[in-house]
Design a protein around this ligand. Structure first.
Ligand code: IMP
Ligand code: MG
Length: 190
């Protein structure tokens, strides 16, 4: 029988929860108008769910929307294509939008979504990412809110997957076998 892979914890539940409360407080201080949170599926679902509740505790009343995007890669290299698998339903015109994603890597997913929402007439699009991998940026994007700076390793958990597994983990970690074989599961990432 296969041994379950060992997972090295990078960011634990407590650290994530504390950081999210801080981010929510800073978002609230910016006094957004008619705030719409747009979570990028699938990877951000857990971060978004916790952030939205923290925004509530910070005194905001955001509406919530989802966009499902997929960025494709060949081998370990992002091809730069981003596809909309499911669009938002709300009109974003004139609204302050908080775009929420799991991880800023090449930056293409967040830039694509931000440009899309701005082109549709959002008043302002702020971006919140749980993790940022600074070494992998292909396009210029400055995230307004960053949970943690992440080493350039493939991470799983807290919504993020490898081949559709490990999204359920309440923490962010690194799989031992991917540490040793980077690129093993390169495919479309959402
Ligand atoms: P981008 O390269 O910034 O466009 O990021 C594309 C997407 O790839 C992110 O939204 C994540 O869903 C996914 N992704 C990037 N790095 C990782 C990782 O280490 N683990 C899991 N998903 C990742
Ligand atoms: Mg994603």
């Amino acid at each position: 029988m296969n041994q379950p892979p060992r997972i090295r914890v990078l960011f634990d539940e407590k650290a994530i929860a504390q950081r999210i409360e801080e981010i929510a407080r800073v978002v609230a201080e910016s006094q957004p108008k008619n705030l719409l949170v747009v979570a990028v599926l699938k990877g951000s679902f857990m971060f978004a769910a916790d952030l939205i509740r923290a925004l509530h505790r910070a005194g905001l009343e955001p509406q919530v929307e989802f966009v499902h995007l997929s960025s494709y890669r060949t081998g370990t290299v992002s091809t730069g294509q981003v596809e909309i698998l499911r669009d938002v339903e709300s009109d974003v015109r004139g609204r302050d939008v908080l775009l929420v994603d799991d991880i800023l890597e090449s930056g293409r997913t967040v830039v694509f979504a931000k440009d899309l929402l701005m082109a549709r007439g959002a008043r302002n699009v702020m971006t919140a990412v749980l993790l940022e991998k600074p070494g992998k940026r292909a396009v210029t994007i400055h995230a307004d809110y960053v949970g943690f700076t992440c080493p350039d390793v493939f991470v799983v958990g807290y919504g993020m997957d490898v081949a559709h597994s490990y999204r359920q983990l309440p923490f962010v970690g690194v799989l031992d076998f991917l540490d040793k074989n980077p690129g093993l599961f390169d495919e479309a990432k959402t």
